[in-house]
Every structure is written in structure tokens, then in C-alpha cells.
Design a protein around this ligand. Structure first.
Ligand code: UT7
Length: 330
């Protein structure tokens, strides 16, 4: 049986660090409130003029190719999960391919907000498992600072910018993607969306004046759904595959709020020593969180480790993926 394995991982984070102390000067908030309610201390912001989501994605993919010792020409398909594409069209994935010289790849974007990386990973894996391709790159990248209202304390403290990328290759060993559960509930749109800029409400002077081109989030409503669904879907994939908490090496949770992560770990019966976490340093980078976690923890991962990746986000979208890690630390 051919499975899709992650054979390399890379990331990119902008240099500029936006701290809670700096946010205290911008909006009515405190380091204490942000830390206790979210677990975030600082986040990265892409401030250079003319730089966009594709620049972060391209940097991550170039590092990925270097690590694996392949040329960008060898990539057959590149999927970019993002909600902050460089342009409304064409796809940011196409721009990444152009920037890195991936001349033989076809590419597209996938918009599933904070679940975008998992949706894209599972989609890309199908092309590997079917035998169609041997090298598929999945990018999770978001420049959230481009759609955040830095006068709105309820959202501006949470989000940051960043990108991660993984290479999927076929394997006949018992590693790689083992199972997944992905879900969508479009009725959740009302609680988390961007009002203007799409075909429903194209941009006008009025939409700009009314600050409608920013993330609109009803925090508590999203929180309730996130806590419940991310925990449930993670427990469900364990039950479905008869995995006990002892079988789990790592929980790899989307980094939206430390309280949501803790609730998921509790529901799975997994202790904090098995939970990947970097929310304190980077905040919520939307599609970037899960590959950036894998990148940060790569040296601790061993071949055969059972990882449960879990996410919840705008849409609503959510899901979990069971992956067996494919290589030992280099
Ligand atoms: O990643 C995609 C999915 N997104 C999520 O999973 C996010 C889910 N939601 C959350 O993480 C949390 O709801 C937030 C972190 C966004 C907010 O935390 P909360 O504990 O749900 O706060 P709240 O919205 O219930 O607000 C409580 C109070 C309010 O004041 P009053 O009305 O009680 O006086 C807010 O105005 O906290 C106030 N508040 C703040 N105070 C200081 C909201 N934001 C801030 C802030 N600093 N930054």
C-alpha cells in the first residue's frame, strides 16, 4: 500500500516582533489579559513594503528543497493554503511557483482558514496515494496583519504572520498519513469572516470608511465551537483507529488560543509534555500554525511517532489527521 509521507519540513517567519507591550500602546489591553486569555506573548509581522504571503511561502519552499536536496523543477504539484493571498486572483500558489522556479508544477490555492493546512495536506496526499505524483508540496501561509484592524483589541492581539511548507512523497513503509476526519459547517460563517472585498460586497469608499476589510470575529461564539469540535474530532480519530493516549506521541494543534489547545489535550487524555505549542512566540498564523509547529519540533520527532494534528477555523472548518512521522532527526 502506498502512503503519503512528510519527508521534509521548512518554515519562514518575518523578523519583526510585535510584543504585548507594544500592543498595550496601540489599544486598551494588557500583557496580563492577553497571556491569561490566549497564551500569546508576541507575534511576527511582515512589515517590508511590497512583501506578501507568496514571499513567505517561497522562502519556506526554497528551504524545503534545499533540506531535501531537490530542485524546485522536481515539484509536480504545489497547494497553498491561505486566506490572505497576494491578490484576489491569480492564486498565490502560482506566484510562489514562479518565484522559486518550479517550472514543472501546477498549483492552486485552498481557502479553509485555520484548517487550510490540514485540508491541503489531505488533498495533496490523494495525488501521492493514487500513484499520480511523487513530489507534492503543501504550503500554509498567511500575512494576517494585512486583514487585521489594529484598533480592534479583540482581534489584533491574536494574529501573526508566517509560513510553513512540507514535502509529500510516496512510501510503502507503515509511515505517513494513516487517517483523517475533515468537517465543514457553513452556518458558522456569521461568526468569523471578512465582510467586504468579495463578490457580495465589492470594495467601495464606504466599505473602507466602515472598516469592513478586516477580520470580523465574534470571539466567544467561535471559542465555544472551537473548544468542542477540535476536542471531539481529535477524540473521534483516536476511537476510530483504536488509539489510546499512550499510543500518541504528539498532539499538533492549531495555535488559536492556549485554552482551546488545553481542552483538546484533556479530551484526548494527553499530558502537556506531548503537546506541541509555540503560540507564545507566533500567535495565530492561520494556515501557518501546524507546519510551523512541525518545523519547530522537527528535532524531537522520531520515525514511527504517532502525531494527531487538529484544527478549527473560519467556515466553520475543522478536522484531525493521524500521521506516523517518517524519519529520525538528522
Ligand atoms: O483560529 C481561528 C478560530 N479562532 C479562534 O479559535 C478564536 C476563539 N476565540 C478566542 O480565542 C477568545 O474568544 C478571544 C481570545 C478572542 C477573546 O477571549 P474571551 O475570553 O472570549 O473574551 P470575550 O470576548 O468574552 O471578552 C471578555 C472581556 C470583554 O469585556 P467586557 O465586555 O466583559 O467588559 C472584552 O471587551 O474582555 C474584553 N476584551 C479585552 N480586554 C483586554 C476583549 N479583548 C481584549 C483585550 N484586552 N485584547
Amino acid at each position: 500500500m502506498t502512503r503519503a509521507a512528510i519527508t521534509a519540513i521548512a518554515g519562514y517567519l518575518p523578523d519583526y516582533i510585535l510584543t504585548n507591550q507594544e500592543l498595550e500602546k496601540m489599544v486598551d489591553t494588557t500583557d496580563e489579559w492577553i497571556m491569561t486569555r490566549t497564551g500569546i506573548k508576541e507575534r511576527r509581522i511582515l512589515r517590508e513594503p511590497g512583501k506578501a504571503t507568496s514571499d513567505m511561502g517561497a522562502a519556506a519552499v526554497l528551504e524545503l528543497c534545499k533540506k531535501r536536496g531537490i530542485s524546485p523543477d522536481e515539484i509536480e504539484l504545489l497547494i497553498c493554503a491561505t486566506v490572505t493571498g497576494d491578490l484576489v486572483f491569480p492564486a498565490t500558489a502560482n506566484i510562489i511557483c514562479d518565484k522559486i522556479g518550479a517550472k514543472n508544477a501546477w498549483s492552486y490555492d485552498l481557502g479553509a482558514a485555520c484548517s487550510g493546512f490540514l485540508y491541503s495536506l489531505v488533498t495533496g496526499a490523494q495525488f501521492i496515494q493514487s500513484g499520480t505524483y511523487k513530489k507534492v508540496v503543501i504550503v500554509g501561509a498567511d500575512k494576517m496583519s494585512s486583514i487585521i484592524d489594529y484598533t480592534d483589541r479583540a482581534t489584533c492581539v491574536i494574529f501573526g504572520d508566517g509560513a510553513g511548507a512540507v514535502l509529500l512523497e510516496p512510501t510503502t513503509e507503515n509511515v505517513g498519513i494513516q487517517d483523517f476526519i475533515l468537517r465543514t459547517d457553513g452556518s458558522g460563517c456569521q461568526h468569523l469572516h471578512m465582510k467586504a472585498g468579495g463578490s457580495l460586497m465589492p470594495p467601495t469608499h464606504q466599505t473602507v470608511d466602515e472598516r469592513l476589510h478586516y477580520v470580523h470575529q465574534e470571539g466567544q461564539a467561535v471559542f465555544k465551537h472551537a473548544v468542542y469540535n477540535m476536542a471531539e474530532v481529535s477524540a473521534e480519530i483516536m476511537e476510530k483507529n483504536k488509539l489510546s493516549s499512550n499510543d500518541i506521541s504528539w498532539l499538533v494543534p492549531h495555535q488559536a488560543n492556549k485554552r482551546i489547545i488545553d481542552a483538546t489535550a484533556n479530551r484526548m487524555g494527553v499530558g502537556p509534555e506531548k503537546v506541541m505549542m509555540n503560540i507564545e512566540k507566533y500567535g495565530n498564523t492561520t494556515a501557518g500554525t501546524i507546519p510551523l509547529l512541525l518545523w519547530d519540533y522537527e528535532k524531537k520527532l522520531k520515525k514511527g511517532d504517532n502525531l494527531i494534528m487538529a484544527a478549527f477555523g473560519g467556515g466553520f472548518t475543522w478536522g484531525s489527521v493521524w500521521l506516523k512521522w517518517a524519519y529520525d532527526p538528522k
